[in-house]
Design a protein around this ligand. Structure first.
Ligand code: GLY
Ligand code: MN
Ligand code: MN
Length: 435
């Protein structure tokens, strides 16, 4: 199975050490467990940046990475839960302080409950402390009080900008994991297209997606959207509890997480397997915009270029259809397209579905570099209540979304194995219609 190893996490810690420089210390805590309801917690998922540097999957853990005279040599200390035979009967295995060292390659390990005491000694050797100021108010107070109580002379610096930029450029191994996530999600979307029938409930299609994710050891990377008909116009629709009717489109935005890496796909297809005239016209416009935007995901282009391309193509198309009236440049300048296209064209993708890295730098716009992964997801949403457009268009909601890696050979589409051309969707659905 494709998986990151401790050697991969060690490479990241070394890079962080070098970026911080000598006499520095980074302190990073993982997520807390989230309470759902009486005696029930949400399934635990580690914080992405903590995981990125440690690979450690348990809650209640804090990593400390420290340099001394030489930034090329770092010490890694992991604070975690101690072994507890009785609690492990209830809640499962814990690595404990030994496992932190043997399985997770910490140079030293301490009980999480001893953090406040033990971290003082570590901090006393540093000139700079990097932590995630503003992430968790209680943790900020905890660290700053320790520093004040012990009269430590330290500069406080933000850790996130360093780690976020590291996470923005994916290694070949990370791209491999993301490709795997993308392919499993593509299988799930294909299954949904094959399974849809008039009269089904949206949650039945969601169940098909979850089955494919689960079969491959994955969980959804975010709440799946299965919107039939006008529900496709609700950007964050997650109720998925309406009946799917003949003649409607279904918009599915769903992606799995594989070994902590996310995928994010949207497909829109006709319930009865054949696009109506109006559905076909709008779908083709969104697809044309998406293909042109994907082609602009190239090294050296500014991050916004795909969005600007989408806006121009959609506005031109809406103008030709009479859904917008006026002059093309004015409509773009006035953002008139926002009546039908009100979101951005994508986002970074990685350990988080909306991944870190930022879309601007101090110097100006960020430009694409090899190893970045971005989604391209234009759409058109014609509100069922929009009386400014003829009735035949109302309630059509379409988005098409793929995951793209920036490479020296041009854009690489990780999610290409689920069809999106009109003919291909109709052919796939026809072949499975009576099964
Ligand atoms: N599924 C979240 C998004 O497309 O951004
Ligand atoms: Mn997305
Ligand atoms: Mn999406």
């Amino acid at each position: 199975m494709l998986k990151l190893t401790q050697a991969d996490f060690a490479v990241r810690r070394l890079e962080l050490a070098r970026k911080m420089g000598a006499h520095s210390i980074a302190i990073i805590a993982t997520n807390a467990v989230s309470y759902r309801n009486s005696d029930v917690d949400y399934k635990y998922r580690a914080d992405s940046s903590f995981y990125y540097l440690t690979g450690f999957p348990e809650p209640e853990a804090i990593a400390v990475i420290q340099t001394f005279d030489d930034a090329d040599e770092y010490e890694y200390t992991l604070f975690c839960r101690e072994r507890d035979p009785e609690l492990e009967i209830w809640n499962g295995y814990r690595e404990g302080l030994e496992g932190a060292k043997s399985a997770y390659h910490a140079d030293a390990s301490y009980a999480i409950d001893d953090f406040n005491e033990e971290v003082v000694e570590l901090l006393s050797h540093a000139h700079k402390v990097y932590f995630r100021v503003g992430h968790d108010a209680d943790f900020d107070i905890r660290i700053t009080s320790i520093i004040q109580q012990h009269h430590l002379k330290l500069s406080l610096l933000q850790l996130d900008p360093i780690v976020d930029v590291m996470r923005l450029i994916k290694s070949d191994k990370e791209i491999g994991l993301m490709k795997k996530a993308a392919e499993i999600s593509a299988l799930a979307h294909t299954k949904a297209m094959e399974s849809v029938r008039n009269g089904m409930m949206e949650y039945e299609l969601e169940a098909e997606l979850n089955y494919v994710f689960g079969k491959h050891g994955c969980v959804p990377a975010y709440g799946s959207i299965v919107g039939s008909g006008e529900n496709g116009c609700i950007l964050h629709y997650v109720e998925n509890n309406k009946k799917i009717e003949d003649g409607q489109l279904v918009l599915i935005d769903a992606g799995c997480e594989y070994e902590y890496y996310a995928s994010d796909i949207t497909r829109t297809f006709p319930v009865n397997g054949v696009f109506s005239k109006e559905q076909r016209i709008i779908y083709q416009l969104v697809l044309d915009a998406q293909l042109a935007a994907i082609d602009a995901v190239r090294i050296g282009n500014p991050y916004r270029k795909p969005h600007d391309i989408v806006v121009r193509i959609l506005t031109q198309g809406l103008l030709e259809l009479g859904l917008l009236q006026g002059n093309l440049e004015d409509l773009i300048g006035d953002e008139a397209y926002r009546q039908f296209y009100m979101h951005g064209t994508g986002h970074w993708l990685g350990l988080d579905v909306h991944d870190v890295g930022g879309y601007k730098t101090k110097e100006g716009p960020r430009h694409y570099e090899a190893g970045m992964v971005v989604t391209i997801e234009p759409g058109i949403y014609i509100s069922p209540q929009d009386t400014t457009v003829p009735e035949k268009w109302r309630g059509i909601g379409i988005r098409i979304e793929d995951d793209i890696v920036v490479t020296s050979e041009g854009p690489q589409v990780l999610t290409a194995s689920v069809v999106k051309e009109i003919d291909h969707i109709e052919a796939l659905m026809k072949s499975t219609a009576n099964k």
